[in-house]
Write a new protein. Structure first.
Length: 319
């Protein structure tokens, strides 16, 4: 299989399952919802994950090279979301979240084939560098998922207090279940962010013979690390939960926002790509000239970042 066909297979299966879960869990006219996820539903989700994972691997590592692109990053984020919900479904009832995440996964699976603007990475002969870069992508994706998860929780909590729960919202897992999942996401992402920052220093020395540059991306990475560290300490020491936990989660994610503010050039070196993720290895990077940038995509990224920057105020309104 080649071209868009593998993307279509995975996206079609996601779309079918999303419609199925909507019809059986969210629809106003649906019969009594089944208890938990059925065996065939779990197997179908696993098949979709395998198809999507295979496509994603080819996008990122196919042909013996490493590529990076905004569409691939979104595809990775939704693959992780479906995977996490699939794994967690063995321990808790999360099928109410599937009608929300599966249509998004279907759309993002197609993005790399529709917008194939990937950037080849140089200086990637080291296996440790590949691991480092992948960890950085996964960490940022998990923090994004945690922020979106926190927003959903804020909406549900507000509607619950007002007694205005619609059927889709009532079909979601209990708030305590969602909160436990949120902190598991944050804990995993925090560990990966710690590894990213630590290994970034080592890669900067190894690849470029220069210590880590302390620029604005490094600063915001550290600020975000401190915010999430304080949140996890507060959770375990003082039992932080509810609105306080949601606000800290959104604040930590917004601290990561400047890291996506500048887009690397199409022929970026590994140092430039790493500076895109957490600013972890910028020594020896060359700055691309304005002529090598894509103004349209840069504008879209900045618009996206401005939208994310409004999350704290949105959380305050929800609370």
């Amino acid at each position: 299989m080649s071209g868009i066909l593998p993307h279509l297979l995975a996206a079609s299966l996601y779309a079918f399952l999303g419609f199925h879960f909507w019809r059986t869990r969210w629809s106003q006219v649906a019969p009594k919802a089944p208890a938990g996820i059925r065996a065939w539903e779990r197997l179908a989700l696993a098949l979709a994950l395998m198809l999507h994972g295979n496509v994603l691997y080819d996008e990122l590592f196919g042909g013996g090279v490493m590529r990076f692109g905004f569409s691939a990053a979104l595809s990775l984020m939704l693959w992780l979301a479906v995977l996490i919900y699939w794994v967690e479904s063995f321990h808790a009832r999360l099928e109410g979240l599937q009608p929300l995440v599966l249509p998004l996964a279907a759309a993002c699976t197609l993005l790399p084939s529709l917008f194939p603007g990937q950037h080849l990475l140089a200086n990637v002969a080291s296996p440790m560098f590949r691991i480092h870069f992948f960890i950085a992508m996964v960490a940022y994706s998990l923090f994004t998922l945690a922020a979106l998860h926190a927003i959903i929780m804020a909406v549900v909590e507000r509607r619950l207090h007002r007694g205005e729960l619609s059927r889709p919202l009532a079909s979601l897992p209990p708030l305590l279940t969602m909160e436990s999942l949120l902190f598991r996401l944050i804990t995993i992402a925090f560990v990966l962010l710690t590894l990213t920052l630590a290994s970034g220093i080592a890669f900067s020395e190894t690849l470029f013979g220069k210590a880590l540059d302390f620029n604005h991306k490094t600063l915001f990475s550290i600020i975000s690390w401190l915010i999430f560290a304080a949140l996890l300490v507060g959770r375990h020491a003082w039992g932080w939960r509810g609105r306080k936990a949601l606000r800290w989660t959104l604040a930590g994610f917004v601290a990561l926002r400047p890291l996506a503010g500048d887009r690397p050039a199409r022929s970026s070196s590994s140092a430039e790509i790493l500076s895109f993720f957490f600013g972890t290895a910028v020594g020896g990077a060359t700055t691309s000239s304005p002529s090598t940038r894509n103004p349209a995509l840069t504008s879209r990224l900045r618009t996206w970042c401005q939208t994310l920057s409004s999350l704290p105020s949105s959380a305050r309104r929800l609370s």
